[in-house]
Design a protein around this ligand. Structure first.
Ligand SMILES: NC(=O)c1ccc[n+]([C@@H]2O[C@H](COP(=O)([O-])OP(=O)(O)OC[C@H]3O[C@@H](n4cnc5c(N)ncnc54)[C@H](OP(=O)(O)O)[C@@H]3O)[C@@H](O)[C@H]2O)c1
Length: 305
């Protein structure tokens, strides 16, 4: 059911009417990436409505819509001039229930209200790809069939049915999300025995990729959003350590247990997204982590010797 009247869409201008200004962009789930996206869109003159449950601060110029995607009745007051949606909600906990509630049920509830008219971009994950032996992965590569990735794929199926676009993002890092640098600084990082190729994207590039897909004429259903250097973890650790004048982290225990959860091992390519006109501002982790490294150096200098 559409809770916004018979069509749920803004009326098209009549003959001879001046072109309507574009409607609002709804960011459903406005957290780490959503806030960066909201800022970028407002800066480029868009009207942005951020949907989240709480009252956490939003960037200047962003309108707030307080609702819970898990509670369909809270979505009924959504305005009717939404013509683009980015679904960027993430579960509070990495559980099967949390995944299903947030990605599948939340999306279904929202689609029931906004309909299939607005351009929809869904922030999915490169975790949906089955590859785990370090092979190159593109949009056509086989996907997983079980676990959390399968739930994400269920949500992706809803997106495709609604004519939307799935943006499969690598691990998102950036200001305040620099766990890797902190692990090296604190000495808890362990270099894997065997290569583990990860896939990353800076927060601002994840946001700009979503913004790009909102504007792209006739997009495909799936794009991968990662940077240009799917370096393996050992390379990353060694680089961070070198930048901080430290030796690389020790090799993990012989049984391969480093205390950390196993990292993915695939090399995703964003060639298709780049061919469509998107470019990352942080092409590799070297540019992306520069800020975190500066902060780490400052802390090291200020620490008592
Ligand atoms: N983190 C990664 O490395 C990674 C990798 C690949 C893909 N992704 C995807 O990228 C997207 C953005 O990730 P992120 O790091 O920005 O996530 P995040 O910081 O955890 O933000 C998610 C937002 O979703 C909102 N939310 C969750 N449940 C909600 C509900 N029931 N109703 C309304 N809002 C709800 C939360 O807002 P409130 O708490 O204020 O309600 C939160 O602000 C997610 O879809 C995530 O799955 C993330």
């Amino acid at each position: 059911m559409n809770g916004r009247g018979s069509e749920g869409l803004p009326a098209a201008p009549g003959p001879g009417a001046a072109a309507q200004p574009p409607g609002r962009v709804l960011i459903a789930g406005c957290g780490y990436v959503g806030v960066a996206l909201a800022s970028q869109l407002v800066t480029s003159g868009e009207r942005v409505l951020a949907l989240r449950r709480g009252d956490a601060p939003l960037p200047e110029g962003v309108e707030r819509f307080t609702a819970d995607l898990g509670k369909p009745e809270t979505l009924l007051g959504l305005p009717s001039d939404i013509d683009r949606v980015v679904y960027a909600a993430a579960p509070d906990a990495s559980t099967t229930d949390g995944y299903r509630r947030t990605y599948v049920e939340g999306l279904r509830h929202l689609l029931a209200v906004v309909g299939t008219g607005p351009r929809l971009v869904f922030t999915s994950s490169t975790a949906v790809f089955a590859e785990d032996e370090g092979g190159v992965v593109d949009e056509e590569s086989p996907t997983a069939t079980s676990g959390h990735p399968a739930i994400l794929l269920e949500a992706e199926a809803l997106v495709r049915a609604a004519g939307g676009v799935c943006l499969r993002l690598g691990g998102i890092y950036g200001p305040g999300r620099d766990r890797m640098v902190r692990a090296v600084v604190s000495g808890t990082a362990r270099t894997p025995r065997a290569p583990r190729h990860g896939n990353r994207i800076h927060r601002d590039d994840a946001a700009s990729a979503a913004a790009h897909l909102l504007r792209l004429p006739a997009p495909d259903p799936v794009y991968i959003g990662v940077d240009l250097d799917g370096a393996d973890l050992a390379t990353l650790y060694a680089w961070v350590a070198g930048e901080l004048g430290r030796p690389p982290p020790p090799i993990e225990d012989e049984d391969g247990t480093s205390g950390a959860r196993p990292s993915p091992h695939k090399r995703c390519t964003s060639a298709k997204l780049r061919a469509s006109g998107w470019q990352p501002a942080y092409p590799t982790f070297r540019e992306g982590y520069a800020h975190a490294l500066q902060a780490a150096r400052r802390v090291a200098q200020e620490a008592p010797r």
